[in-house]
Design a protein around this ligand. Structure first.
Ligand code: 2YP
Length: 294
């Protein structure tokens, strides 16, 4: 917003105010003026405060927004409304995917001077994340498969694929879960047209290669290249499906954990066990894909 004072400008103003007070003081032969050391100290303190509030890294923002969702109830199917597809914003009831989407959209939306964010800017970011090329055009414009969601994010500069650069393991996609289970999806159950379009989307993605980290390769303490705030997607051996769960990487108690909307705990939690243990406990999980928000 136009009324936001740039942090460095604020710091400079502060420094100059002190320096001119100092000069004025010297001229008047007063002694109660800060010396250059105090001025430097205060300027540095102002700089740190500015950095903390304005120039937070995207990683820090991802984690702090994710933690702000702790205990929000897990509710599935919150995007499945009757009638035409529209943008749903419901931060009070989340599933694993909508949780990650809201956190990402918040992290990408700059805070205004009063700490609020513009709802319009948030909605725009959410639309870019959730819909193919940021355009809402019916049910099938929503990015239902996480691989489609990832491709869209890569294509539109929202995320980077960290796995591709760090893990040599790759496999090819095979998607047909939605069209083989149409009764699980309200907008597919009674729409042969939507099923036909989803079939085309599945076919276009099937056969493409992607990198993943096999779950056996992830230690209790995580991996050096996985950072706080990275998006973790669980790749699955469920027939015709790519990913079965997602969440946000978080190092806690010197182990790598997951902040996620848990369907078993029925709310957003920081996993008590390590991410590696979570993966080991689930026979449907093959490994992970790791994405970094840009
Ligand atoms: C997605 O499921 C849906 C989207 O249609 C929906 O089911 C599929 C293929 N896609 O727009 C989106 C938001 O509600 O959710 C997610 C689902 O997550 C599970 C249930 C969870 O909350 O843990 C994404 O695809 C992420 O992992 C899978 C998982 N779907 C299935 O297991 C069928």
């Amino acid at each position: 917003g136009g009324n936001v004072v740039h942090p460095f400008q604020a710091m400079l103003d502060y420094t100059f105010a002190y320096m001119s007070a100092g000069l004025a003081g010297l001229v008047r032969k007063q002694v109660m003026v800060p010396n250059w050391k105090q001025t430097l100290f205060i300027s540095l303190a102002a700089l740190f405060v500015s950095l903390a509030s304005y120039a937070q890294s995207i990683e820090t923002k991802m984690v702090s927004h994710a933690l702000s969702f702790l205990d929000v109830p897990y509710v599935a199917n919150t995007l499945e409304m009757d009638g035409e597809e529209e943008l749903v914003i419901n931060c009070d009831e989340v599933d694993c995917t909508t949780f990650v989407e809201y956190v990402m959209a918040l992290a990408k939306t700059p805070e205004q001077a009063n700490g609020d964010i513009s709802e319009t800017a948030f909605a725009e970011n959410l639309t870019k994340i959730r819909y193919r090329n940021g355009k809402i055009d019916g049910y099938t414009s929503r990015l239902h498969y996480v691989s489609d969601w990832i491709n869209n994010g890569l294509r539109n500069g929202l995320i980077e694929d960290i796995t591709a650069a760090n893990s040599p393991y790759s496999t090819s996609l095979k998607l047909n879960y939605m069209t083989t289970h149409p009764s699980n999806y309200k907008q597919l159950a009674n729409s042969p047209e939507n099923v036909a379009t989803m079939k085309k989307i599945e076919n276009s993605l099937t056969g493409s290669e992607y990198h993943f980290l096999p779950k056996e390769k992830l230690g209790h303490n995580g991996n050096l290249w996985i950072k706080n705030g990275d998006i973790i997607c669980f790749t699955t051996n469920i027939a015709g499906l790519d990913v079965s769960h997602m969440g946000i990487a978080f190092y806690a108690d010197s182990k790598l954990t997951l902040i996620h909307a848990s369907s078993t705990e029925k709310k957003v939690v920081v996993s008590k066990i390590s991410l590696a243990q979570m993966l080991q406990q689930n026979d449907n999980v093959v490994g992970i894909r790791v994405l970094r928000v840009k």
